[in-house]
Design a protein around this ligand. Structure first.
Ligand code: AMP
Length: 213
């Protein structure tokens, strides 16, 4: 099963992806995590990605597509994949279709997590992420039990440098210009399902699982 989680930054893709991969035993392929990992390792790819991420801009398609193709070729992807944060442009979506065709696979479903603009800004600016397991918390809607510590693994929580109000606005602008057209792209293919992302986390999870069954 190949599934794409589509939605604006802050819609809850990362949080939901973690639950879905656990429950469905799929591989989690998150382009943003792959860039952050590359940066942590100090690679050329990581440094290049940082220059775009810090501005809230998209990393060029060519680089991103090559990175994802390499990731999808890894053996753990044979059991199926949850794609989180990729594709983000029509060009990426087309490249993904081609790459999967070459592997005799295709996207089975696109789950679009819909959240209003005001809610997205509010969520992005109070977000804290676990350095170890990437679980996501929020100062108001999902505070950790112990300040600065992850409820799930005890890891240290940090605020992403691209989660400032200014960069968050820019990332949303980029989302509406470049990524939102994917809603029509997949809808026309008849594989898009919309889920209300403003419900409680468990209810979003319930709806996503129901759509995948
Ligand atoms: P995310 O963790 O998915 O919010 O991604 C963080 C940042 O990584 C984005 O703001 C982009 O700069 C970059 N990025 C992640 N995924 C992609 C993608 N599919 N295409 C281009 N840039 C991406």
């Amino acid at each position: 099963m190949y599934v794409i989680l589509l939605g604006a930054p802050g819609a809850g893709k990362g949080t939901q992806a973690h639950t879905l991969v656990e429950k469905l035993h799929l591989a989690h392929v998150a382009s943003g995590d792959l860039f952050r990992e590359a940066l942590k390792q100090g690679t050329e790819l990581g440094l290049l990605a940082k220059s775009y991420m810090d501005r809230g801009a998209l990393v060029p398609d060519e680089v991103t597509i090559a990175m994802i193709k390499e990731r999808l070729a890894k053996p753990d992807c044979d059991k199926g994949v949850i794609l989180d944060g990729f594709p983000r442009t029509i060009e990426q979506a087309k490249a993904l279709d081609d790459a999967l065709k070459g592997m005799d696979k295709r996207i089975d479903k696109v789950l679009y997590i819909k959240v209003s603009n005001e809610e997205l800004i509010r969520r992005l600016s109070g977000r804290w992420i676990c350095r170890n397991c990437q679980a996501s918390f929020h100062e108001i809607s999902r505070p950790p039990k112990v300040t600065g510590k992850c409820d799930e693994c005890g890891g240290e929580l940090y605020q992403r440098s691209d989660d400032t109000v200014e960069t968050a606005r820019k990332r949303l602008e980029v989302y509406f210009q470049q990524t939102a057209p994917l809603i029509d792209y997949y809808s026309q293919k008849g594989i898009l399902v919309e889920v209300n992302g403003e419900q409680e986390i468990q209810l979003v999870e319930r709806d996503l699982l129901a759509d995948l069954k």
